[in-house]
Design a protein around this ligand. Structure first.
Ligand code: ARG
Length: 446
């Protein structure tokens, strides 16, 4: 559409003996602040000197020249002071859009701005040994959508799931399992059993020393504890993969924080050699007070690695591996400061690509009572239950409308509607807002 307007303007300007390239004209074209003023506007200020005339008079003259061109795409051309406003023919435009959408089918809207560019999109990233809950649903949905959009625009996309599989809590779990765990219960419903253990340890242990001790041993390579951890991880992944499959979510790569536990030692060395590291109460930190970003702990006082250090190590490895043009982290907004710190430290380390790392955040899901969903009544909400419940609601609605459908057909449709409505129920919102998670509204057929 813009092209039509550029052509018209070019011809009109030529009549006034003004030479402007298409690029120059395009740069001048504005979008009016409201629709009553048209869809595109051309300001005439920049012509005043050359034509030795008032901008509003130039607008009138230019309009008179243009007026002779019949254009089906346009409804009207008007002047408003120094501006020429163009009104698109909405009917014609709608017809064109629909025609293209029908004819190009799944290629409609495809672009090439990402051609020859590589983009890493990290999303979902749940924590193992915990139920996949609503907390990671937004990242899964939005991250997946971003990756799809990038692919559609021609980028080469690497989809990464960065599992939370390392940290003191796994010391707690391994220690807790040795104390309270049962193999049969673990096999039957691993995530539920691990959650029970987690709660039990938290209740029974007044001090955290045994858990911390266990994690330290794990970082030191303790075979027995690491074997337990491996089992927890494999069982969790099996559960997660069932859910991803059901939702049609794919990844090119599963990474885990544990993949970087050793590389954090190199990060410490590098930070030290670059003069960025400080000691503080036995811990190692990077002081970012000057940047207004507080301090970032790189190594705890007991020598354990930190979440931030693992992220720094992961980013460096990924850049080496993918040479990405952009890396997107789709993670909740409560981690804003964390990512600002990580990106700033990478920049201070001299990595120019740090500016290509982007944290895309999102708001929380709230319950109908507007309270944080996940902690309502201290209950955890399992993703599987959400899917099952939505499926049931959808099946009920479908049955109402098509009472004669076969059961199998209803089930098939209900599953598709359920997944689509959960995705759409999220994506239709402003990403950064908190949103109410209301299944009934999600599957409202109206
Ligand atoms: N596992 C983390 C959590 O659940 C999210 C990971 C986000 N990604 C990252 N590179 N730090 O909070």
């Amino acid at each position: 559409m813009k092209k039509v307007i550029i052509d018209i303007l070019k011809r009109g300007l030529k009549e006034l003996d003004v030479k402007r390239s298409e690029e120059e004209i395009e740069r001048l074209i504005e979008t009016p602040p409201s629709q009553e003023m048209g869809d595109y506007a051309f300001p005439c200020f920049s012509l005043a000197e050359e034509l030795k005339d008032e901008p509003h008079l130039i607008a009138l003259k230019l309009k008179a020249e243009i007026g002779n061109y019949p254009q089906t795409e346009l409804d009207d051309i008007q002047t408003a002071g120094p501006y020429i406003n163009f009104f698109l023919d909405r009917k014609d435009m709608a017809r064109q859009v629909v025609w293209e959408a029908i004819n190009f089918e799944e290629k409609y809207g495809r672009g090439e701005i990402g051609k020859k560019k590589k983009i890493v999109v990290e999303y979902s990233s749940p924590n193992i040994a915990k139920p996949f809950g609503i907390g990671h649903l937004r990242s899964t949905i939005i991250g997946n959508a971003i990756a799809n959009l990038c692919e559609f625009q021609g980028f080469k996309v690497k989809r990464i799931n960065y599992l939370g599989d390392w940290g003191t809590q796994f010391g707690k779990l391994a220690y807790g399992y040795k104390k309270f765990g049962k193999e049969s219960a673990l096999k039957k419903n691993p995530i539920k059993h691990l959650l029970e253990i987690y709660i039990k340890v938290n209740r029974s242990e007044k001090n955290e020393d045994p858990s911390r001790e266990a994690f330290k041993k794990m970082e030191g390579g303790d075979k027995e504890l690491l074997l337990l951890w491996r089992i927890f991880k494999d069982l969790s992944l099996e559960e997660f993969e069932k859910l991803y499959k059901r939702m049609g979510i794919k990844f090119d790569e599963y990474e885990g924080e544990s993949d970087y536990k050793r590389k954090t030692k190199l990060v410490v060395k590098e930070l030290e050699s670059k003069g960025l590291l400080k000691k503080s109460e036995g811990a190692l930190i990077v002081d970012l007070e000057k940047e207004n970003l507080g301090v970032c702990i790189i190594q705890k006082s007991d020598g354990a690695s930190t979440y931030a250090a693992r992220d720094i190590a992961a980013a460096i490895s990924r850049y080496k591996k993918y040479k990405f043009n952009k890396m997107i982290y789709e993670v909740g907004q409560e981690q804003k400061l964390h990512f600002k710190q990580v990106f700033k430290i990478l920049e201070l380390m001299g990595y120019g690509w740090a500016k290509d790392c982007i944290h895309i955040d999102h708001g929380l899901y709230l319950g109908k009572d507007k309270k944080k969903f996940a902690t309502r009544k201290g209950k955890t909400i399992f993703m599987e239950d959400i899917l099952d419940q939505t499926h049931k609601l959808a099946a009920k609605e479908i049955k109402k409308r098509f009472p004669k459908l076969e059961k199998r057909e209803i089930e098939e449709r209900a599953e598709k509607v359920a997944i689509a409505s959960i995705f759409y129920g999220d994506l239709k919102n402003t990403r950064t807002n908190n949103i109410v998670f209301d299944l009934d509204r999600f599957v409202s057929f109206e």
